[in-house]
Design a protein around this ligand. Structure first.
Ligand code: F3S
Length: 378
């Protein structure tokens, strides 16, 4: 990979240890994937920042980066293992909290924004064509597909490095020619939210890391959020197109591989994951303000009769205080900074009912939390 004189200087350590280490990581990645050069990035989003993932060793590494590293671009963070205020009631102990705070202090010292959400696009909506280095698979697929921004599916470390250097290797989904569809998926026209989650899971399983072009349904943004998150978890999809809906569908090409899914396939998948849930957890990915409003309307109308645990970002909560208070007065519990997968709450409350194909994948298939979770139709 070609480096400019300035990039060489950073690599040689003239701007400190952290920048040099970050450059070394980007160069190794760029060489491995055959990138020709680095390009500027506007925004890095770092995942894997829970103490559960990193432990003390990871915290020490971040402290080393923080000794002289400073982010050069906006750098935001994924959810952590607890709500920073309501950690006790989630079943988090003091030792975990201390470890988690060590990680956040190190990242904050480098200049990260403590957003702690998997929906950074609700903080600022990236522009069409904007170059990002995001490392949360559900946010990656949303940015590429729904918004037409450009990001590869970064790891936590490569996103951190992009934040420290302000650049990323030019390859993969940053290039126009790699954004065309690999599979045509014919799907039913009318689906509810759970149906979109199931469709995402089935498509993800079938196409792996391909790019599906979906023909038939006309999902809204919340539905595409659920569908994309499921595709990224059950497969490794980082981009999809929906005919007549997503911004790049018109130039998705004509894929030869075809997948036909009927209503019955989707309902069978849902049915095979139904069961006795103790409560319902919503917010994987984190809920938007409009989704919180929808839930409030359903609660007010008495359409939801189960115990609800909701997850959103502190950004959305702080700008919708009245709404959140009302949801809590109606019996829901609203947490921020974390989720049903990365916090210990599911282990504490028993098997949850879900509308999210991604959460189902982690809680049921991967055995996080109680190891049991079910789809639930609200
Ligand atoms: Fe977000 Fe947690 Fe789901 S990080 S995408 S709510 S697994």
């Amino acid at each position: 990979m070609h480096l400019t004189a300035e990039e060489e200087r950073i690599l040689e350590g003239e701007e400190g240890w952290a920048a040099s280490k970050a450059m070394e990581i980007l160069v190794a990645l760029g060489d491995a994937v055959g990138a020709d050069r680095l390009i500027p990035v506007e925004w890095a989003h770092v995942s894997g920042v829970s103490y559960k993932n990193l432990g003390d060793e990871g915290a020490s590494l971040l402290e080393r980066f923080a000794s002289d590293g400073r982010f050069r671009i906006r750098t935001t963070l994924n959810p952590i293992g607890m709500d920073l205020e309501r950690w006790r009631e989630m079943g988090v102990d003091r030792a975990f909290r201390e470890g988690q705070l060590r990680i956040l202090r190190a990242l904050e010292a480098m200049g990260a924004e403590l957003t702690l959400t998997c929906t950074p696009y609700y903080i600022r909506r990236p522009r069409l064509g904007e170059i990002l280095a995001w490392a949360e698979s559900s946010a990656v697929v949303y940015a590429n597909s729904v918004l037409g921004a450009r990001t590869n599916r970064e790891s936590g470390l490569s996103a951190l490095s992009a934040g420290l250097v302000g650049k990323t290797p030019r390859w993969g989904l940053l290039l126009e020619e790699n954004r065309r569809a690999t599979h045509l998926v014919r799907a039913p026209g009318r689906l509810d939210r759970l149906g979109y989650s199931a469709l995402g899971a089935l498509v993800g399983e079938a196409v792996g890391d391909g790019i599906p072009l979906i023909h038939g349904p006309r999902p809204g943004e919340g539905e595409m959020k659920a569908m994309g998150a499921a595709m990224a978890a059950w497969g490794a999809v980082s981009m999809f197109h929906v005919s007549g809906v997503t911004p790049e569908a018109g130039r998705a090409g004509d894929p030869v591989e075809v997948l036909e899914l009927e209503h019955g396939d989707i309902e069978d998948f849902i049915e095979s994951h139904m069961g006795e849930a103790e409560y319902v957890a919503l917010g994987c990915p984190h809920l938007s303000a409009s989704e919180l409003r929808e839930i409030r309307e359903s609660l007010r109308a008495g359409r939801i009769k189960v115990r609800l645990v909701l997850f959103t970002s502190r950004t959305v909560r702080d700008s919708n205080r009245g709404l959140v208070e009302e949801l809590e007065a109606l019996g829901a519990r609203v947490y921020v900074d974390t989720c049903m997968v990365v916090s210990p709450i599911t282990g504490k409350l028993g098997p949850p009912g879900l509308r999210s194909g991604k959460a189902l994948f982690y809680l049921e298939k991967k055995g996080y939390g109680p190891g049991r979770a079910f789809f639930f139709r609200l």
